[in-house]
Design a protein around this ligand. Structure first.
Ligand code: LLP
Length: 463
């Protein structure tokens, strides 16, 4: 993204400060379909609507801040992934992006499987009726209790992340008189082009067992000897918010290379490979994500080609998109509390939420866009920073964006593409209450995760 030139015409600041922002859109009232959920638009009065409901009405009924989720869009995207990969592959939605019981039911209905990474996610999935055999259980430090619960429930696979876990899961399964289907997560040594904190295939990090130095091969060797385990495949997740398919290409090449070595050494062709999730979405108009059918085609071709080269039967592929399904389906609706112009710098717009409902900006330097949602305006664009209400100067929701110069307290603004990793990473910092998730579909809205209350806070604080 490039720093824009100062656009022509009168502007709020004479000199634009440093920042990663593009020039203001020609029409600040326009809603780029790339970053907004499918059913989002504006009504005749200029109010943003989703699923046929005006945000002013949603704000009145459910308050702000609130995550507003377009259920039809969620189902469309889930189905698009499912259809793109067809019946010879499995799509596991990564629950860490956002999980609730309603979401589990939608996934079940749309034929997706589910990846969980904690006992809490597992319990949510099971309690909403996801069949255990369609659940994959991840994590680099699953507790013995979590493992036992997963094995007893009959989860379809546990993804093993360390030598100790190989033994631990085998022991637990065997002591229950069971044989657990497992995949072994390896790190293939790929440097994914993404933020350091969300890259996971280079060797110097906590996930997986390195391919380098024969460690992954040794892990498979040990796992194949244990009665409590049925080794069904190899797992690789290279990172998140990735647009460039070359990382997947290298990963597939190396995973298939390991399958070949396993066949040569043990005479076993493992039937599955999982290439993880991590496909990027558009947070701003500058991002250009690929469609699920393009991704499915590319991944299937890569794996097929590599397997032909290694003379292996093509294994069943699975993928684990989280963000790419839920991310674009929701926006956060905030009410503007104060508008503070700082001469020669920018205007600080304070909203009624902040880093407790979206930590991604502070944590990953993530970029978001924002729109005035309760009305349109023809006022000149002003450069803003949307900030929260927390006692922390890094409490930034949108670092650099343009909003109409007549923005005022009481206006509603909406930040799109907040469906993934915003509610799921929300906190209670400053004892700010976590917002609800309101699902909208065909003119009807319902709360799927309610707003936290002061009673909730006090209930945990046992005095
Ligand atoms: N599979 C595995 C094994 C993963 O670790 C992850 C994400 C996914 C799938 C899903 O990745 P996705 O398709 O959603 O990118 N909190 C960070 C992202 C951390 C992702 C952790 N693992 C963020 O807000 O960007």
């Amino acid at each position: 993204m490039s720093r824009s030139a100062h656009p022509a015409g009168p502007r709020h600041a004479d000199v634009l400060p440093e920042g990663h922002y593009s020039a203001p859109a020609d029409d600040l009232n326009a809603l780029d379909p790339k970053v907004w959920a499918h059913t989002v638009g504006r009504d005749a009065d200029g109010v943003v609507t989703v699923g046929g409901i005006a945000v002013t009405q949603l704000a009145e009924e459910y308050g702000t801040p609130a995550y507003i989720l377009d259920e039809a869009d969620f189902r469309d995207r889930a189905r698009a992934w499912r259809t793109a990969f067809g019946n010879d592959a499995d799509v596991f939605y990564a629950g860490k992006a956002f999980l609730s019981r309603a979401v589990v039911r939608w996934l079940h209905e749309e034929g997706l499987n589910l990846d969980v990474c904690s006992g809490g996610e597992l319990v949510t999935a099971l309690s909403a009726g996801m069949p255990a055999e369609r659940i994959a259980f991840h994590g680099n430090n699953k507790s013995p209790e979590e493992i036992e619960r997963a094995v007893r429930a009959g989860v379809g696979r546990i993804v093993l992340d360390s030598f100790q876990e190989i033994v631990r899961v085998a022991h637990i399964a065997q002591s229950l008189g069971m044989r657990q289907r497992v995949q072994i997560r390896i790190t293939v040594g790929v440097e994914a082009h993404t933020h350091e904190f969300i890259a996971t295939a280079h060797e110097d990090q906590k996930f997986g067992i390195p391919l380098a130095g024969g460690q992954a091969a040794e892990a498979v060797r040990r796992a194949l000897q244990l009665d409590g385990l049925e080794v069904i495949g190899i797992h690789s997740h290279i990172g998140s918010q990735i647009f460039d398919m070359s990382g997947f290409e290298v990963a597939a090449h190396r995973v298939v290379g390991l399958l070949r070595d396993i066949r040569d050494e043990h005479g076993v062709e493992l039937p599955e490979i999982d290439l993880g999730g991590g496909l990027g979405i558009a947070y701003t108009s500058d991002d250009d994500p690929r469609e699920p059918h393009e991704i499915a085609k590319a991944l299937t071709e890569i794996v097929t080609r590599e397997c032909e080269g290694a003379r292996l039967r093509t294994p069943r592929i699975s993928v684990e998109p989280g963000r790419a399904i839920v991310g674009p389906t929701a926006f956060t609706l905030y009410e503007v509390g104060t508008v503070k112009p700082l001469d020669g710098l920018r205007t600080y717009v304070s909203v009624d939420g902040g880093m407790s409902d979206n930590i991604r900006t502070a944590l990953y330097d993530a970029e978001y866009s924002v729109a005035l949602a309760s009305r349109t305006s023809d006022a000149e664009p002003m450069l803003v920073r949307v900030v929260g209400k927390h006692c922390e100067s890094g409490d930034i929701v949108v670092k650099d964006a343009f909003l109409p110069g007549d923005l005022a307290p009481g206006d509603l603004i909406a930040v799109p593409a907040t469906g993934a990793y915003c509610r799921s990473m929300a906190s209670n910092y400053n004892h700010v209450l976590r917002p609800p998730v309101v699902a909208v579909r065909d003119g009807a809205a319902r709360v799927i995760v309610r707003r936290e209350t002061e009673d909730d806070l006090l209930r945990l604080d046992v005095g």
